[in-house]
Design a protein. Structure first.
Length: 143
């Protein structure tokens, strides 16, 4: 029996996707609201105030939990003044797990992190400038 080329090609694409594992979208919150940030202490005589939210500025996978500071270097595959795409290989040994970190503030002063499934082998992070100062938006796919 002869299998049509289209059917054969579709089966190969499907098999390849299954071998790579399911794709996982990561969605970083756009901002950290001002009311969610608090000072634990301030110098004597000073009154702390948080007057505006912190906007999403950076996003990338990290090696291990956030306190380990396992920053990873991605491979830039596309870059313009307003958009960029980086790929990250997560194919090695990660004894403390694979994590993803969303950074807030122009200097990445605050972060939110979440653990990724151990089966994740790569992440593609597509970024673009946001509408607010220092803000960026991201489309993130890990598989």
């Amino acid at each position: 029996m002869k299998i049509p080329k289209f059917t054969l090609a579709a089966c190969l694409v499907f098999a390849n996707a299954a071998a790579m594992g399911a794709e996982q979208s990561i969605i970083c919150p756009d901002e950290l609201p001002a009311e969610s940030m608090q000072f634990r202490s301030a110098p004597a005589g000073w009154m702390p105030t948080v007057s505006s939210p912190l906007y999403l500025h950076d996003a990338a996978p990290i090696s291990g939990p956030p306190e380990r500071l396992g920053t990873m270097v991605g491979k830039m595959v596309k870059q313009s003044k307003t958009e960029w795409t980086e790929t990250y290989s997560l194919d090695g040994v990660f004894p403390d797990g694979k994590w993803f970190k969303c950074d807030y503030g122009v200097g990445n002063e605050f972060s939110l992190s979440k653990k990724l499934d151990d089966s994740v082998k790569a992440c593609v992070v597509k970024g673009r400038k946001g509408s607010k100062f220092g803000q960026h938006a991201f489309d993130i796919k890990c598989h």
